[in-house]
Write a protein that binds this ligand. Structure first.
Ligand SMILES: NC(=O)c1ccc[n+]([C@@H]2O[C@H](COP(=O)([O-])OP(=O)(O)OC[C@H]3O[C@@H](n4cnc5c(N)ncnc54)[C@H](OP(=O)(O)O)[C@@H]3O)[C@@H](O)[C@H]2O)c1
Length: 227
């Protein structure tokens, strides 16, 4: 199985890399600038690619990567939270620049990568897993704030649903994921679960994708996320 993972040099993305290598898969792992934890992995089935999901890559860029003709699983994992201090994403102070920056990575980034890899996913009748967050659920938003991150992750839920509908005739299945509150750099390691627990759950959800409706929003524990 050929697996392509964005934002794979640390955190949950790196956890996915280790999981799928352990399963015997070929893994294409992307990093933005620093290979980070990928440097510790000695496995010929791992290919590392420098890819910033905010770049509008070209077909010639794709050709230069010598990717396989078929990709069975694309995990759009790369994401940023945006300003973490209380006022950085508050109603009075959040800026257009912050809104646009987080949206470009967390929502448009997944769409860009999916568009570029679509032919390969269609060839494999593969799966696209988009990493959103419960923070992007309107139903779950009882505390307000976090304008940029909430909006970007909510937009990704909708984009993911449209992709599920539009790519279904080609046999490509799409799911939206919530990984839980996970101890990574993003949460300053203050999560409720570790990366291994999150990845174990998420990969089970991905493996069981046919149990869910197209574009479903599902948490690491297999439960639907209301949105
Ligand atoms: N941790 C949680 O509790 C939690 C909860 C809900 C959803 N999520 C989502 O899960 C995903 C992974 O989160 P995490 O906790 O593992 O976060 P993390 O440790 O901060 O890792 C984020 C990853 O995304 C990459 N990235 C950021 N901007 C990028 C860009 N422009 N192009 C390519 N890669 C980029 C980072 O690369 P660099 O090293 O180059 O920055 C890093 O590899 C994110 O989408 C996040 O929003 C996490």
């Amino acid at each position: 199985m050929n697996v392509f993972i964005t934002g794979a040099n640390r955190g949950i993305g790196l956890g996915f890399v280790n999981h799928y290598l352990n399963q015997g898969c070929n893994v294409w792992a992307t990093y933005r600038s620093d290979i980070g934890g990928l440097a510790q992995i000695d496995d010929e089935r791992l290919r590392m690619l420098q890819w910033d999901v905010t770049d509008d890559q070209t077909v010639s860029f794709l050709e230069s990567l010598a990717l396989p003709d078929r990709i069975d699983l694309l995990i759009n994992n790369a994401g940023i939270y945006g300003p973490k201090n209380g006022s950085g994403q508050a109603f009075d102070t959040v800026t257009a620049a912050t809104m646009n920056e987080v949206f470009d990575v967390d929502c448009v980034g997944a769409l860009r990568v999916s568009q570029l890899l679509a032919d390969r996913l269609k060839a494999a009748k593969g799966v696209i897993a988009n990493m959103s967050s419960k923070m992007g659920s309107s139903a779950d938003n009882t505390s307000g704030g976090c304008y940029a991150y909430r909006a970007a992750k909510a937009a990704l839920v909708i984009v993911s649903r449209s992709m599920a509908i539009d790519l279904a005739p080609n046999g490509v299945r799409v799911i939206t994921l919530h990984p839980g509150w996970v101890s990574t750099d993003m949460t300053n390691n203050a999560g409720l679960i570790d990366v291994a627990t999150s990845v174990a759950g998420l990969t089970k959800v991905i493996a069981n994708i046919d149990h869910y409706e197209p574009g479903a929003f599902v948490a690491f524990d297999g439960k639907m996320v209301p949105f």
